[in-house]
Design a protein around this ligand. Structure first.
Ligand code: SAH
Ligand code: SF4
Length: 391
């Protein structure tokens, strides 16, 4: 049972005339201010002030912005809002992992608001926030709970950044709450929640560039990891346009097995995926690619699979992350037994790879890898198809 579950009332912007300030990059903020008749000469300074209040001090209301005149604050408030997504529930696991179910403001044409989950995982030397990029997923990896929820829609950059702000609010992780940068709880971000981030490239890119901006949330790109199931044509752009670390959901070492576990493999088979990894911009021993490998009993956990994995990764600076399968209601697989995981891990370790077994976190609140799912209703088939094109 979850250690604690509570409903928390958050604020939601239900006024569709207002845009969330926090999804906008600097040029978009400047353009909005220009529309609000802020003089050309003031644009940079005002944009910087808004940026600082939003991302350094965690302001939730324009009235807090004491170095901006009341008249100007009122003008901002006619177009922009700092309201957060609504927190539908907050669960805290026995191991300290927290999961929030967030509800986003209705978007044009939507009958029910979209909902997605965000997870915070505290560890001794860091705290990782796991963000969702979509509500549901178009891909149907057979071991993943999210994959059983049809895609509802892509999240906007504001909805992705909003997840970070909510987590900082709830963890009291703002400088205004007395936290110096080195005391921050959220030190790392992983795009490993619901959805395939590369099927929502532009919004994810905008959100991650905001998250890593040195004068704002300031989470270093070295501490941000984007995980993909293998959308090969966009992998290069993750390195060249976003510059964050890459993780690949590999899970199988032959096309035969991976075609079933990660069906996008039928479109972009292993050889193409490995080529894209070899060519990943900035790849080096200091900036390795993480290969995620879920351990499924009798499916992909034999010594031959381990040797196959080592052979595949030859020449690619990599880390291997072995993930014990996290079960969910109705899942067709079982987690490998501990001996198989150890035997597998020994083989890859002997080949020179660090192969930490990822300790399952937050299983009691269904917050572990692949367990996330919300009940949002899906889009009409036509709109969903329009979102599925990947380049
Ligand atoms: N769609 C992207 C981002 C989600 S990351 C991707 O697939 O990479 C979520 C990670 O958890 C992926 O590596 C995924 O393969 C893994 N995962 C999914 N379901 C899981 C489960 N039931 N147990 C353990 N890991 C799982
Ligand atoms: Fe989608 Fe990733 Fe789950 Fe596959 S593992 S269904 S790509 S979220």
């Amino acid at each position: 049972m979850p250690a604690a579950t509570s409903a928390v009332s958050g604020s939601v912007s239900d006024n569709s005339a207002l845009s969330a300030l926090y999804g906008l990059d600097e040029p978009a903020i400047a353009a909005t201010l220009k529309d609000l008749d802020v003089g050309e000469k003031q644009l940079r300074m005002r944009t910087a002030q808004l940026w600082n209040w939003t991302y350094v001090r965690g302001a939730r209301d324009f009235s807090q912005m004491s170095n901006i005149s009341k008249d100007l604050r009122n003008r901002f408030a006619t177009r922009l809002t700092l309201n957060r997504p609504e927190i539908v529930s907050e669960q805290i696991s026995n191991d300290g992992t927290r999961k929030w179910l967030l509800r986003f403001p209705l978007r044009p044409g939507e009958k029910t608001p979209a909902e997605a989950e965000t997870v915070y995982i505290p560890e001794e030397s860091r705290g990782t926030l796991c963000l969702s990029s979509q509500v549901g997923c178009t891909l149907n990896c057979t071991f993943c709970h999210t994959g059983t929820q049809k895609l509802v829609r892509n999240l906007t950059s504001a909805e992705i950044v909003g997840q970070i702000l909510v987590a900082r609010d709830r963890l009291n992780d703002w400088r205004s709450a007395g936290k110096a940068p080195e005391q921050r709880l959220i030190t790392n971000i992983v795009m490993m929640g619901m959805g395939e981030p590369l099927y929502n490239f532009d919004e994810v890119k905008c959100a991650l560039l905001i998250a890593s901006h040195g004068e704002g949330l300031s989470i270093s790109k070295r501490r941000i990891t984007l995980s993909t199931s293998g959308v090969v044509p966009l992998i290069e752009s993750v390195g060249s346009e976003i510059g964050v670390r890459l993780a690949i959901s590999l899970h199988g070492v032959t096309d035969e097995v991976r075609d079933i576990l990660v069906p996008i493999n039928r479109k972009y088979p292993i050889a193409d995926l490995m080529n894209a990894c070899r060519n990943y911009p900035g790849l080096s021993n200091a900036k390795r690619i993480t290969f995620e490998y879920v351990m499924l009993k009798g499916i992909n956990d034999s010594p031959a699979d381990a040797r196959g994995l080592v052979a595949l990764l030859k020449g690619i600076p990599s880390k291997i992350n072995l993930i014990p399968f996290n079960p969910w209601p109705g899942s067709p697989y079982a987690c490998s037994d501990w001996e198989s995981i150890e035997r597998f891990s020994d083989i890859v370790a002997q080949a020179g790879y660090a192969s930490p077994v990822r300790a399952p976190r937050g299983r009691d609140i269904m917050a572990a890898c692949g367990q996330l799912k919300s009940d949002s209703e899906r889009l009409k088939a036509k709109d969903r198809l329009a979102l599925q094109s990947d380049v």
